[in-house]
Design a protein around this ligand. Structure first.
Ligand code: ADP
Ligand code: MG
Length: 222
């Protein structure tokens, strides 16, 4: 599902440099990414999603070379194929809970907002314990509630690939297990692949494989 080769990426005017010689994630694999803060975990997810473009090397995702697509094609690819749960949620404060979850459908023609999708959004929010807050503005939600809205928005289009950036970071322990169950169930049901950054070591046994960013630090490219 994900294939990265000889990747080099740096932000302009910074010393940070990410080098990944070789990184693969198989179809339907569930992979956890761990590593120190600032090591580039979020940067990696952004490269996989085509939000960032590498200086060198290739990023292939679902058989497409994301790093070679133009801006518009990369955006459509991301919205239709990838469910991204951002570390800072990236919810729209001026929209209510339901409209945040439906928003991807309103900004691209590549997704069709049907009655079925609308109903499924309601069901998903219900499962996440937000059934009574569909019309509430997201600025009036707790951090944990915002996170659950972000997860619902990512899952609604049944993406091939789910990228989750510390998706359980703001949840209390009781909620954490439950939300993770829902995330894993959705990934399983839609035969999606999961790449998740996490600091929760107790969650790691639930993944097929763990990738430690320490292994990329100081990596040389062939
Ligand atoms: P992690 O998610 O592992 O904590 P990040 O991928 O967010 O790490 O960041 C890696 C490094 O790149 C950090 O040093 C961070 O300060 C820097 N960085 C992240 N985003 C930007 C940006 N937009 N511009 C410049 N530097 C950035
Ligand atoms: Mg991060």
């Amino acid at each position: 599902m994900i294939e990265i080769r000889s990747l080099k990426f740096g932000y302009p005017d910074t010393d940070f440099s990410l080098r990944i010689p070789d990184f693969h994630v198989g179809t339907q694999e569930k992979v956890a990414v761990i590593g120190p803060s600032g090591s580039g975990k979020t940067t990696l997810l952004n490269l996989v999603a085509g939000i960032l473009v590498p200086e060198q090397g290739t990023v292939r995702c679902g058989g497409r070379e994301v790093s070679a697509l133009g801006d518009a094609a990369r955006r459509d690819f991301r919205i239709t194929r990838i469910g991204f749960v951002f570390q800072d949620f990236e919810l729209l404060d001026y929209l209510n809970v339901l409209d945040n979850v439906l928003h991807p459908y309103r900004i691209t023609r590549a997704l069709k907002l049907t009655k079925e999708v609308h109903d499924r959004a309601g069901e998903l929010l219900q499962q996440m314990g937000l059934g009574d807050k569909l019309t509430r503005g997201v600025e009036r939600l707790s951090q944990g509630e915002k996170q659950r809205v972000a997860i619902c928005r990512a899952l609604l289009p049944s993406p091939q690939l789910v990228l989750a950036d510390e998706a359980t970071g703001n949840l209390d322990p009781r909620n954490k297990g439950h939300i993770l169950d829902l995330l894993f169930d959705a990934v399983q049901a839609h035969e999606s692949t999961l790449l998740a950054v996490t600091h929760d070591h107790e969650l790691l046994p639930r993944f097929d494989r763990i990738v430690d960013f320490n292994d990329f630090l100081g990596a040389d490219l062939a």
